[in-house]
Unconditional design. Structure first.
Length: 372
């Protein structure tokens, strides 16, 4: 929160300093003219002196994501989009195996001649519906993205090995999903093993308040084997059911908003990033801002290595055309022109720097005048 000094406030509202100090005293606050006045007092005092005060963040106009959300509000999302799924769980419980097994279940895609490209996310189709999986298992990516303000996951899969039960990272993964408000499905894996004990997993989680549906609770548990493929269809169906309940929607007619999930610099191609489109349609030749960087979409490659002209909501793709490599968690927004893209990126950079600074310094008089 911004802070201003008592005398600065008096000057800004054009009242005698003594009156302001007196008003503060009446509020039980003994303040000197050089003391700082918190946001809460600014509001109270403004009421006291009957001056209209609007406290605003002078940096907010630089927030291109916020601006986008105002221009393309969720109320106008009218088209179903695929759910975006992240797999988390304890080490060795089978996250990578499960992702591989699901990826390899894409028979139709293989028939179409595609060759799997590891771009950091992939899409599968089940009963004519698409599901996007983020291909980096574990909660590091999940938390890093969240730290950068991007929430890309709609549904989490918590994998628990049926021969091992709930382990420390199982609890961690659940805590992360819960903190993010992301619903999750429990995949009880390694069900093929003779020592598998799925009921033990259920009772362990039930004890933590994660009550299975079969026991009258709200959590879906699915027994699977990444090794044999047992239960995978069931898992995909459960994801689709969950997604249906969530009514995940987007507006494909909007300009694109996407989240970077991976990025790297490739020889000959320059910066390459995998993005998942959250709203709108991302098209070739779109000018875009993406955190501190910007660019124009040159190539779009999907998870089967095919070139595409556009990416729809919920879909992942690898794109090139960045001025500099973005960071995972950066939000890409398509804008009208290269010039606007560049300017917006510069403003965003300034925004981040000023925000960083404002954590350590008090507001200046200039800020105050903007505030009042
Ligand atoms: P991660 O650390 O969670 O990514 O786990 P991995 O996918 O690397 O799997 C750890 C080990 O468990 C590997 O040796 C896998 O072959 C094995 N594994 C994974 N899923 C299954 C399963 O469903 N059944 C059996 N029997 N082994 C599995
Ligand atoms: Mg792994």
């Amino acid at each position: 929160p911004k802070e201003v000094r008592v005398y600065e406030f008096a000057e800004a509202i054009n009242k005698p300093l003594e009156d302001v100090i007196e008003a503060l005293r009446e509020l039980g606050e003994e303040r000197d003219k050089n003391d700082f006045l918190g946001e809460e007092y600014i509001e109270t005092l403004a009421e006291e002196f009957d001056v209209p005060v609007e406290i605003y963040d002078p940096l907010a106009e630089f927030d291109y994501v916020k601006k986008y959300d105002e221009q393309c509000p969720e109320e106008e999302f009218d088209t179903e989009r695929p759910p975006i799924v992240t797999i988390m769980g304890h080490v060795d419980h089978g996250k990578t195996s499960l992702l591989d097994r699901i990826r390899n279940s894409r028979i139709a895609a293989k028939e179409a001649g595609g060759i799997t490209q590891h771009i950091g996310a992939y899409m599968v189709e089940k009963d004519g519906k698409k599901i996007t999986f983020i291909d980096t298992p574990g909660h590091e990516a999940f938390t890093e993205m969240r730290a950068r303000g991007a929430q890309v996951t709609d549904i989490a899969i918590i994998v628990v090995a049926a021969n091992d039960g709930v382990m420390p990272q199982t609890r961690e993964a659940i805590a992360h999903a819960q903190a993010a408000g992301v619903p999750f499905i429990v995949a009880v894996n390694k069900i093929d093993l003779p020592e598998a004990n799925p009921d033990l997993v259920k009772s362990q989680l039930a004890e933590m308040g994660i009550m299975p549906v079969e026991w009258g609770g709200e959590y879906e548990f699915v027994n699977v084997s990444a090794k044999t493929g047992e239960g995978i269809d069931d898992l995909l169906e459960t994801i689709l059911l969950q997604a249906e309940m969530m009514e995940l929607k987007a507006n494909p007619k909007c300009p694109a908003k996407a989240v970077v999930i991976e990025s790297r610099v490739e020889k000959g191609k320059g910066p390459v990033a995998t993005v998942i489109v959250k709203n709108g349609t991302l098209k070739k030749q779109d000018s875009f801002v993406c955190g501190k960087t910007f660019g124009r979409v040159r190539l779009i490659i999907d998870d089967l290595g095919k070139q595409k002209k556009e990416v729809l909501p919920g879909e992942p793709a690898e794109i090139t055309g960045f001025d500099e490599a973005p960071f995972a968690g950066d939000t890409l927004v398509a804008v009208e022109s290269d010039r606007i893209a560049k300017e917006t990126a510069e403003k965003w950079k300034e925004y981040l720097e000023r925000r960083e600074k404002s954590k350590t310094t008090k507001a200046t008089l200039e800020d105050l005048q903007k505030m009042i």
